[in-house]
Ligand binder design. Structure first.
Ligand code: UTP
Length: 297
């Protein structure tokens, strides 16, 4: 089985739900306290053994390139101020053995089209896709590492899934499982985008981590615009699944939808509560705040 060495990060979306913050700034650089959302996904990919990061960018995304590039002026300025630790931190965001490539999506034709734009950079090998909006936290390993493992075990493209409430199925791509391979892995028959509660084949929602065999590119080439007149990645996954070439792997941790305001705020609070030294004071603040709110009600 070929090793998975490349990861694609589609970051060409407009981020309309975060306007005006995203008028001039990419939403992927919105911080979770002091680290941009995209850096979490990049760190996850590197932890999973990825060696080439391929960013599919669009307008207003130059700052993402700058974030992952060296900034020698800033490094010098930090050294002069005696801030060695901060210098090392910004210098080592991406280790030197990891390469960053930037590919442009000329028009926002959909997530499937964004992945297709990475075809030449990926070549004829399996690869991972990470949507930075889906911020994942798990205590051991990474969602991408788990999908790479599922791909190596089965030889099939792999999706990251988790159960959602029946009332929420209309917000996600929902997996139609063909059979359970274990408690946490399913063979997938299809993927239904945002079904009604009645039409949903399960409550297993697909989140923003994938490992694909390179065949997905041939399917994407032929995929016609679907929902929202966009070339949908979900439609290509559905075709792969109908051929019996997709498995789903249950997410072991928590996922926050940082493309949505509430999900983003939850991710910030979660990270803040876990970080030193602000976590314990924030905990006290939230308890106090909760108490006052219920008093006032
Ligand atoms: P979203 O559906 O969240 O769209 O894209 P968006 O434009 O980023 O955000 P809103 O809805 O306007 O607020 C899901 C993922 O697909 C990427 C986005 O960057 C995001 O990672 N994407 C989407 C592209 O790279 N290109 C596209 O044409 C569409």
């Amino acid at each position: 089985m070929p090793a998975i060495r490349k990861a694609v990060f589609p970051v060409a979306g407009l981020g309309t739900r975060f306007l005006p913050a995203t008028k001039a700034m990419p939403k992927e650089l919105l911080p979770i306290i002091d680290k941009p959302i995209i850096q979490y996904a990049v760190e996850e990919a590197i932890d999973a053994g990825i060696e080439t990061l391929i960013f599919v960018t669009g307008r207003n995304k130059r700052a993402i390139e700058d974030h992952f590039d060296a900034n020698l002026e800033l490094e010098w300025a930090l050294l002069e101020k005696g801030k060695q630790e901060a210098r090392d931190m910004i210098r080592n965001i991406v280790p030197s053995r990891v390469e960053c490539l930037f590919v442009r999506q000329p028009e926002q034709l959909g997530l499937g089209h964004a992945v297709l734009c990475a075809r030449r950079a990926v070549g004829d090998e399996p690869f991972a896709v990470l949507l930075a909006d889906d911020l994942m936290h798990q205590d051991s390993g990474t969602p991408t590492g788990d999908l790479i493992e599922a791909y190596s075990r089965t030889g099939k493209s792999a999706l990251c899934v988790a159960e959602v409430a029946a009332s929420e199925v209309n917000k996600y791509g929902i997996v139609s499982p063909r059979s359970a391979l274990s408690d946490n892995t399913w063979d997938v028959a299809g993927l239904v985008e945002k079904p009604t509660q009645e039409a949903a084949p399960s409550q297993l929602a697909s989140f923003g981590r994938y490992v694909f065999a390179p065949e997905v590119f041939d399917i994407l080439e032929k995929t016609q615009p679907g929902a929202g007149n966009e070339i949908q990645l979900a439609d290509a996954i559905d075709v792969l699944a109908a051929r019996g070439d997709v498995v789903a792997n249950r997410l072991k941790g928590i996922r926050y939808d940082c493309g949505d305001k509430l999900g983003y705020v939850k991710a910030v609070v979660h990270a803040a509560l876990r970080s030193d030294p602000i976590g314990s004071e924030l905990d006290m603040f939230l308890r106090e705040f909760g108490y006052q709110r219920s008093e006032a009600a």
